[in-house]
Design a protein around this ligand. Structure first.
Ligand code: ADP
Ligand code: MG
Length: 646
């Protein structure tokens, strides 16, 4: 009786397990089949031959041809990883993470084992790792510790067309390394056809072209300029959904806030649709999106429904999303620009270039004929768009790059081999070696180094960690703004300023032993806090490395403020009439950001973390200071006349 039943149960269990195994196997087989259908697959052997024959190779292939996911695997299969790791650099953190995850699936290994990724403050690699996806900035950091990159056999600088500062600096350094390390291979891969610049820079390196599969893309312009591109984009999504044949939609927006409001409006609008309209699945992707949500853009959707992906520039070339037939391009992106004369950095929404517009349009024609809806006129495209976006190196704050190069022993930066040299003005000189030990902005590093003198390193690294997380500490849900504001302001008691308030938040959380509940109760984002804690832990270890003692003086706010001023002395401003401020050096009118605890307080002198440009130029994260500190702390920068009463 019962003995037989148990036996049958076991058989059933074995059957089920076998079914599971064969199912898992078929998923893997599908992945392998997918690999073989990519355009690059037909070129596998000739590409490997070209790599064998040349030390530096420029590889050009349309987005989605398989460069990022396949080339490192081919190199592994061909035995390159026996001699050292293969690095593949990405300009964006999300791309490094997502691609590494994909490749680990294709190779059927655990992420972080043979295939890993490494980005600032997050290292997902191990002793076993042979394929390492990383941000370009991270490879630059590694170069500080290993100037000849001895542990690597191949460096693939991917998405080279993006021309980030780190990529540009890597070019110069890799060119040099290639000269004395004959065994290292350098691959420069790009999605834009114009690769002659890369080839020229690397002493006429050959260009390998992977012919893409590209279907025709029909481009439509608006007849007249649109007043509100977000609104126009939403209307276009709905029009496509209701009138056009199946196929997913990709919308290019400029940032998280815009994407989230578009999502909300779309959700609201489709909730009013009848059952005869198919389902519209909304996905989003931007750099700060939590990892677990990132994968959603790649997941299959129910049959008969349509997907709309709301994305930043990241979907232009860094990430390939399959099944897109419609692209909506409002023609804008957010770029960082920096004015070396005033020290002002700002994120600005600007028109994209013609090259970007064409990349975007191309995203719709990968799996079949596509349509691209440009929310601007044909005339704007012709007359207002530049051909290419100027490389970042010519419009950004170079201090940290300069620091890194100095540490590498490159003293004369004016002679450094840049593909497009930055202006001499942007190349600063007065910097400390100790500062470059921190993976942080030089001003933050300086603040930390100074905290040693003021005996408050414990407090200052908490502040630095909180500032590094960005402005995503507090949140304020709809309908609860009053409570959220109240909770936020409680950290500001005594008008201590935003830096100390951030410290108060961190310390309060630490006192609860990092409680999640505490975060909910105080309208603080737990995810951001965990990141701050992570960063802080690393900073603590770094302190040790540069021999700064961890000391605290929680009640001596003046000491903490002086340490902050030591880092950010050039970011000082004094009160003017009508609540506006004037920066002390290179005068400019700025305001205290409404989110600041000092927004209604108007201290006479302040030091600020950064200036952001929205409707006005706002100082974000502001602390009151005494003007005489400026002369005391930075006598090379300020004289008495700068701080005298006007
Ligand atoms: P390229 O670098 O030439 O633009 P990729 O190697 O990134 O091409 O992409 C090759 C294929 O892999 C594409 O079809 C893409 O959709 C797929 N792919 C890449 N990353 C992921 C991911 N995280 N999840 C699912 N598919 C992915
Ligand atoms: Mg790629």
């Amino acid at each position: 009786g019962s003995g037989k039943a148990v036996f049958e149960d076991q058989i059933e269990f074995i059957k089920e397990s076998m079914l599971k195994i064969s199912k898992a196997k078929s998923e893997l087989e599908t992945l392998h089949e997918d690999r073989r259908t990519l355009p690059i697959y037909a070129h596998r052997d000739s590409l490997l031959k070209a790599i064998e024959e040349h030390q530096v190779l420029v590889i050009v292939g349309e987005t989605g041809s398989g460069k990022t996911t396949q080339i490192p695997q081919y190199l592994h299969e061909a035995g390159y990883t026996k001699r050292g790791k293969v690095a593949c650099t990405q300009p964006r953190r999300v791309a490094a993470m997502s691609v590494a995850a994909r490749v680990s699936q294709e190779m059927d290994v655990k992420l972080g084992h043979e295939v890993g990724y490494s980005i600032r403050f997050e290292d997902y690699t191990s002793e076993k790792t042979v394929l390492k996806y990383m941000t370009d900035g991270k490879l630059l950091r590694e170069l500080l510790g290993e100037p000849d990159l001895a542990s690597y056999s191949v460096i693939m600088v991917d998405e080279a067309h993006e021309r980030t500062v780190s990529t540009d600096v890597l070019f110069g350094l890799l060119k040099d390394i290639a000269r004395f390390r004959k065994d290292i291979k350098i691959l420069i891969s790009s999605a834009t056809p114009d690769a002659s610049k890369f080839s020229d820079f690397f002493d006429c390196a050959p260009i390998y072209r992977i012919p893409g599969r590209r279907y025709p893309v029909e481009i439509q312009y608006t007849k007249a300029p649109v007043a509100d591109y977000l609104d126009a984009a939403i209307v276009t999504v709905l029009q496509i959904h209701v009138t056009q044949p199946p196929g997913d939609i990709l919308v290019f927006l400029t940032g998280q806030e815009e994407i989230e409001s578009a999502e909300e409006i779309l959700k609201h609008k489709i909730s009013g649709f009848g059952l005869e309209i198919p389902e519209l699945v909304i996905c989003k992707i931007f750099s700060n999106l939590p990892t677990e949500l990132q994968a959603k853009i790649f997941q299959p959707i129910p049959i008969g429904s349509r997907k709309v992906v709301l994305a930043t520039n990241i979907a232009e070339a860094s990430l390939t999303i399959d099944g897109i037939n419609y692209v909506i391009d409002p023609g804008f992106c957010k770029i960082e620009s920096y004015n070396p004369r005033t020290g002002m950095e700002s994120l600005q929404v600007t028109s994209i270039s013609k090259a970007s517009a064409n990349q975007r349009a191309g995203r719709s024609g990968r799996t079949g004929p596509g349509k691209c809806f440009r929310l601007y006129t044909a005339d704007s495209y012709k007359t207002k768009f530049d051909d290419n976006t100027p490389p970042e190196i010519q419009r950004t704050n170079l201090t940290s790059v300069v620091l890194s190069l100095k540490i590498l022993g490159i003293q004369n930066l004016l002679n450094f081999d840049f593909m497009d040299p930055p202006s001499n003005e942007a190349l600063v000189t007065k910097v400390g070696r100790q500062m470059a030990g921190f993976p942080l902005d030089p001003m933050l590093s300086k603040m930390i180094v100074a905290s040693d003198k003021y005996k408050c390193s414990d407090e200052v690294i908490s502040i630095a960690a909180m500032l590094s997380v960005g402005n995503s500490i507090f949140y304020s849900p709809n309908g609860e703004q009053v409570h959220a504001d109240h909770a936020r302001m409680s950290f500001h008691t005594g008008n201590v300023g935003d830096h100390i308030a951030l410290m108060n938040v961190y310390n309060s959380w630490r006192e609860t032993n990092y409680s999640t509940q505490w975060c909910y109760e105080n309208y603080v984002q737990v995810r951001s806090m965990r990141r701050a804690r992570d960063i802080r832990d690393q900073l603590e270890r770094l302190l040790e490395r540069v021999e700064i003692e961890l000391t605290g003086c929680p009640n001596d706010l003046q000491a903490i403020k002086k340490a902050i001023t030591s880092g950010f002395f050039s970011h000082s401003a004094r009160l003017q009439n009508y609540g506006s401020y004037r920066t002390v050096k290179h005068p400019r009118i700025v305001h205290i950001h409404p989110s600041s605890g000092l927004a209604d307080n108007f201290p006479r002198w302040v030091v600020y973390h950064e200036v952001v440009l929205t409707t006005k130029e706002y100082m974000r994260n502001v602390t009151e200071l005494k003007p005489e500190w400026l002369v005391e702390i930075a006598p090379h920068y300020y004289q008495m006349k700068d701080i005298k009463d006007a």
